[in-house]
Ligand binder design. Structure first.
Ligand SMILES: Cc1ncc(C[n+]2csc(CCOP(=O)(O)OP(=O)(O)O)c2C)c(N)n1
Ligand SMILES: [Mg+2]
Length: 476
């Protein structure tokens, strides 16, 4: 957690220094000023540009210069008769000195089924859902929202140490989970508790983990939100970004060797794609033909880093093709589109023994976590726009209502029941005893090595010396 805080502070500090520098430049150059952009070009800053607009202008210029140098691919299929036999197939020759363009003229399409008003787009091709599944998806999206709101409040009240919400990403969580079977193995990042909820993790189990009590499967050794369940085929969340990706590929490969009718599914953010583990996993999966579905939640931000500073490619979807992986871009706030895309991806992964990449476009509506204040680096307008105009839950609700499958009464009953259930779960979790101190040192080694024994001895001595600095509710 400390690392997350330090990092976001550093970025803000860096931004402030840059803005300060620009202010000095505009002041000292009077009516319009000349400065040097990040790409080394001279940029003239008009006098009417305010401080905040300057930052936008600065990044705009960076993109302009990249665009100016862009070279578009023309129809050059080479000389069909002149070719090189090369591993992987024939490569035709060309006498044109041409580099492949760094980006296509048009961005890759985004698959969607529901329009902004929750109406099915005429002619759209999607996986049909039964009334039962459709209503279950909606109820779970609402449950996830309420759970997030209450746990977030519990953290603000100091009852739990940390929390992180999934607000804005309910459709990706729930609809992708609904398109899978329990035999599929999940390797999550940390913003996918809805997948676990869909699989049957109870609100009490969520509360036990967040409170780190004796009933938590991790025995209170992890920060809140690091859920995991053996029973539900859901690997425990690990804070270290990207580690789950190669693990998922390994698991997928073993499922294939065992001829199982299942795949591995791994979730990650846009920020996660900058990790070496992402690239290693993609290549490994392609080469080993592992039945794994990679689901990238491209939510625009990695703590305070916007995607414009994360990559220069057309998002994440294009990276699939570079590795030889079939890929799709989907509207992550469209429940039916996510459901259909993941359903199809799963089918292909298992029946054709191949990895599939799904890039879901969405937005992280909440702060990164309770250790973050995102208004320091993004505008309230941007957040409000996604919260109000693009809410995946409201959009999907319109669809289930239009189908005649959901009413205001259903909504009122659901909200009241879920609220009660969560408050009850929190009260119970708070009262359950904490795991004993000893549990900190168990479950890794059959017999603990000397350095662990030494650490345990030191800890016990320190607790004896400074009892007030240690929680009284942890049995020593
Ligand atoms: C290897 C590693 N580097 C850095 C961090 C600090 N960190 C925690 S979350 C995060 C941002 C991840 O962003 P993204 O993958 O887009 O997921 P999101 O939070 O947007 O869902 C970072 C940099 C970490 N936990 N692990
Ligand atoms: Mg992100």
């Amino acid at each position: 957690m400390a690392i997350w805080l330090t990092r976001s502070r550093n970025v803000t500090c860096h931004l402030n220094i840059n803005l300060g520098l620009l202010r000095i430049l505009t002041q000292s150059y009077g009516r319009s000023s000349l400065t040097t952009s990040a790409t080394g070009r001279n940029v003239r800053i008009p006098p009417h540009v305010g401080l905040l607009n300057l930052a936008a202008l600065f990044s705009f210029q960076r993109f302009e210069s990249v665009k100016a140098e862009k070279q578009h691919d023309s129809e050059d299929h080479g000389d069909e008769k002149q070719a090189l036999d090369f591993p992987g197939g024939r490569v035709t020759f060309t006498s044109h000195l041409r580099f492949i363009s760094e980006s296509p003229e048009k961005r890759i399409h985004c698959y969607r089924v529901l329009d902004d008003n929750g109406q099915t787009i005429i002619g759209s091709n999607f996986q049909k859902v039964s009334k039962e599944i459709a209503v279950k998806m909606y109820s779970h999206m609402v449950t996830l929202q309420i759970m997030d709101t209450i746990f977030y409040e519990a953290q603000r009240q100091g009852r739990i140490s940390f929390y992180l919400t999934t607000i804005g990403e309910e459709a990706i969580n729930i609809a992708s989970a609904a398109a899978l079977t329990l035999d599929d193995i999940i390797f999550p990042q940390y913003r996918e508790p809805g997948v676990l909820l869909w699989r049957g993790f109870t609100l009490q189990e969520f509360a036990n983990q967040c409170f780190g009590n004796k009933s938590d499967y991790g025995k209170g050794r992890q920060m809140p939100i690091h859920y995991g369940s053996n029973k539900l085929n859901y690997f425990t969340v690990s804070s270290t970004i990207g580690t789950q990706l190669p693990q998922a590929v390994g698991a997928a490969y073993s499922l294939k060797m065992d001829k199982k009718n299942a795949c591995a599914v791994t979730y990650f953010g846009d920020g996660g794609t900058s990790e070496g583990d992402f690239h290693a996993a993609m290549n490994f999966a392609a080469v080993m033909e592992a039945p794994v579905v990679f689901i990238c939640r491209n939510n625009g931000w990695a703590i305070s880093t916007p995607t414009s500073e994360q990559f220069r490619s057309d998002g994440v979807v294009v990276k699939g093709q570079a590795y030889g992986i079939r890929s799709i871009r989907v509207d992550g706030n469209d429940t039916l589109a996510v459901y259909s895309a993941v359903h199809a991806a799963r089918e292909m992964a298992i029946s054709e023994h191949r990895p599939i990449l799904v890039e879901a476009l969405t937005y992280r509506v909440g702060h990164h976590s309770t250790s973050d204040d995102s208004t320091k680096y993004r505008s309230l307008n941007e957040i409000e726009h996604w919260k109000m105009a693009r809410d995946p839950v409201a959009r999907y609700k319109k669809w289930v209502e239009k189908k005649g499958w959901w009413t205001d009464d259903d909504e009122a009953v659901l909200r009241s029941n879920v609220r009660k259930e969560i408050l009850q779960a929190i009260q119970v979790a708070e009262k359950v005893e904490k795991p004993p101190l000893m549990d900190l040192f168990t479950d890794v080694y059959d017999s603990p090595p000397p350095n662990l024994c030494e650490q345990e001895r030191l800890l016990r001595e320190t607790i004896k010396k400074h009892p007030k600095d240690y929680p009284l509710d942890v049995p020593v």
